[in-house]
Design a protein around this ligand. Structure first.
Ligand SMILES: Nc1ncnc2c1ncn2[C@@H]1O[C@H](COP(=O)(O)OP(=O)(O)OP(=O)(O)O)[C@@H](O)[C@H]1O
Ligand SMILES: [Mg+2]
Length: 331
């Protein structure tokens, strides 16, 4: 488990201190694929670099399985770091070394015997599906292949945790999918806990179990992806998760808009047609983006009711409440 407690990071500079992180508290449980999302400059990279102490926190604690990285000796820090692999947006491979020798690098540093090195490299290249490229150089590989090498290298010392800083941001959508599939497979088959930094909602949606939204150095919300997606509360989360909904509800139509929030509740009949039939009213759907996970609906729908008809609005909201559907009145 990774526990981040009251983490602060300030960069001193001539023109004044830059506060990159303010009082961050997060817990990543073993087995999680934990997404951290935010706009550029929010503090995401600083946060992930503090987790393995590549960046020294100004204040606070980083507990890895109960051990505070900010307090341990240099020697112990090096040992603990072997338990935390990391991959980056621009892969950071050693250009002068072949694929297999890139993967070998952390094994040499850890003084693993040559025979054992070879065995592990073979296995790792199988996992990332690059066995045929063992003797190639990074310059001979595509972006997706380079990231696979970086993943194999990060996994070489059998880490329990893998930190990914914008690992797919330099890749096309299809390659992104395949790298995300690989990360999920590594999480599921090797039991590696994964932390993913991204500014892309798609990445969170595809593989993360939990998410923290970071804005201007603060965590503004966090929790299960389905909960945060169903009802994002902060402005930045709304912008990232439901930008079209924000646009739709901002339109001045003169009608009252109700945003229905689906968070896995299952209704006995299709809700909107049931509402129309039971109340005898026609409802306009201004916006809908719902997804089915595990046979349950998640997402949002905005319906409009002609303005001024308070009696009708009450009937609709009573009906929704009766059906256990969460809603918000949008102006
Ligand atoms: N080494 C540094 N020295 C001074 N300021 C820094 C340093 N690194 C980051 N910062 C500042 O800290 C803030 C957070 O930066 P960080 O790189 O963590 O953001 P980010 O969320 O990763 O952004 P991006 O999505 O663009 O990668 C920014 O204001 C940045 O300018
Ligand atoms: Mg960054």
């Amino acid at each position: 488990m990774i526990e981040i407690k009251n983490l602060e990071k300030t960069y001193p500079s001539k023109s004044g201190d830059v506060v990159a992180l303010k009082d961050i508290n997060l817990t990543v449980e073993d087995g999680d694929i934990y997404g951290i999302i935010g706009l550029s400059g929010a503090g995401k990279s600083t946060l992930v670099r503090c987790i393995n102490l590549l960046e020294k926190p100004t204040d606070g604690q980083i507990l890895i399985d109960g051990e505070d990285l900010t307090k341990v000796s240099k020697k112990r820090l090096l040992e603990l770091r072997r338990n935390i692999g990391m991959i980056f947006q621009h892969f950071n491979l050693l250009e002068q070394r072949t694929v297999e020798d890139n993967v070998r690098f952390p094994l040499e540093i850890s003084k693993v015997k040559r025979d054992e090195q070879n065995k592990r490299i073979e296995r790792l290249l199988e996992i990332v599906n690059l066995s045929d490229k063992a003797k190639s150089y990074p310059s001979q590989l595509s972006g997706g292949q380079k990231q696979r090498v970086a993943i194999a290298r990060a996994l070489a010392t059998n880490p329990k945790y893998l930190l990914c800083d914008e690992a797919t941001s330099a890749l096309d959508p299809q390659t992104t999918e395949s790298i995300l599939d690989l990360l999920k497979e590594i999480n599921q088959t090797l039991g590696v806990t994964v932390i993913i930094i991204t500014h892309e909602m798609k990445v969170i949606e595809k593989i993360c179990t939990k998410v923290a939204v970071i804005d201007h150095s603060n965590v503004v919300e966090n929790g299960k992806v389905s909960d945060v997606f169903a009802d994002p509360k902060s402005d930045v989360a709304k912008q990232l998760i439901i930008p079209d909904l924000i646009r739709a509800t901002a339109e001045k139509t003169g009608d009252v808009k109700l945003r229905l929030i689906f968070n896995g509740e299952v209704t006995d009949r299709p809700l909107i047609s049931a509402l129309a039939l039971d109340l005898g009213i026609a409802v306009n759907i201004l916006y809908a983006d719902t997804k089915i996970y595990d046979k349950r609906p998640y997402g949002h729908m905005v319906i409009t009711i002609p303005n001024g008809d308070n009696e009708l609005i009450d009937r609709v909201t009573d009906y929704l409440a009766q059906k256990g559907i969460n809603y918000k009145k949008e102006l």
